[in-house]
Write a protein that binds this ligand. Structure first.
Ligand code: DGY
Length: 330
């Protein structure tokens, strides 16, 4: 009997590919770069299961390219790159990889960005490397103390809570906004629930942990940035389009806020982005989940989700569970 076919849109580290190769025919797009659309369509057309990345736009045309497609397994927590509604209409499970390892990696990276931008580490580093440093000086590159400051967490999922845990260890006060109130969390971290505008007006650091949805698109725009304190910082490790970057660029240029730490952007990458020229922001290339541990787990989870569906079992993480009744054997 012919083995089922799995198409992977880019080489991924760790045990995922060997795991899949044990039981399936596996093709990996051979170049270590973003897969062109024509190659993606070819790959989807060939396979029973697609393992894709957050950089792959899996829209109606791609999903429709293969009526035999049985599962779409995204190598990411976020799945805003996939037309989930359409996949659901077609009865195709869409899976993702929200493990504890990814939660910890992103929470750590959020903290790294927060510490780096408030301590101006990127400016410090440039100062030393570019030989501007002539002597110790009382006024040189002053930053902000973290102890006693208020952290505003927007979106209290697992990553937001992971950031809160770290903030408590650093002696920060925690406030949060979310669609739901979480009383046990409030008790555990002495955290206070706030509306988004209250949070923006009072936090010294605002950190974003919401998924990209219609309701969170440009959640932070001109009006919201104007509400923030002039001394406050914005951190974004969620999705770029949660922030209106035109507004953020203006806010940073005109010092409406003190700075920003960003891992995600509206367009990734954008070589000519005006943010690149601003010193009061620190920028990383969507690497918040880039730890060896997290990437290994993401690969394993993405592979195991495929194995489960192709074997007629329930996958560990599926975002449209309503389709499972039709694909899972009782
Ligand atoms: C995710 O998993 O959604 C992250 O953005 C990957 O870094």
């Amino acid at each position: 009997m012919l083995k089922p076919k799995v198409f992977i849109t880019r080489n991924i580290p760790g045990s995922a590919i060997p795991l899949l190769k044990k039981q399936f025919q596996v093709k990996v797009y051979p170049k270590d770069q973003f897969i062109p659309r024509t190659e993606l369509i070819k790959g989807v057309n060939w396979c029973d299961a697609l393992l894709c990345l957050l950089t792959d736009k899996i829209d109606k045309e791609i999903i429709g390219a293969n009526p035999r497609l049985k599962v779409i397994s995204n190598y990411a927590v976020g799945y805003d790159n996939i037309d989930v509604a359409y996949a659901t209409r077609k009865g195709i499970p869409v899976c993702n990889t929200p493990s504890q390892q990814v939660v910890e990696a992103v929470a750590e990276h959020t903290f790294a960005l927060m510490l780096a931008v408030t301590k101006r580490l990127h400016e410090d580093e440039e100062y030393v490397r570019e030989h501007f440093w002539k002597s110790w000086a009382p006024n040189l590159l002053l930053g902000m103390q973290i102890l006693g400051k208020t952290l505003g967490i927007v979106g209290l999922g697992k990553i937001g809570s992971g950031v809160a845990r770290r903030a408590a260890c650093m002696g920060m006060k925690v406030i949060y906004s979310d669609v739901n109130r979480n009383l046990p969390f409030e008790r555990q971290f002495k955290a206070k629930y706030r509306s988004l505008s209250q949070l923006l007006k009072t936090a010294d650091v605002v950190t974003l942990h919401v998924p990209l949805l219609k309701s969170t698109y440009h959640l932070i725009s001109f009006k919201q940035l104007k509400m923030m304190k002039k001394t406050a910082y914005l951190i974004n490790t969620s999705r770029g389009s949660v922030v209106n970057e035109q507004a953020l660029t203006k806010a940073l240029k005109h010092h409406w806020i003190a700075g920003a730490g960003l891992d995600v952007y509206e367009s990734e990458p954008d070589k000519n982005h005006p943010l690149h020229k601003l010193k009061n922001c620190i920028l990383t290339p969507h690497t918040a989940s880039a730890t060896v541990e997290a990437r290994e787990q993401m690969g394993k989870d993405a592979a195991e989700n495929i194995i489960a569906v192709l074997q007629g079992r329930k996958p560990k993480k599926v975002v449209n569970s309503e389709v499972l009744c039709c694909v899972i054997q009782a």
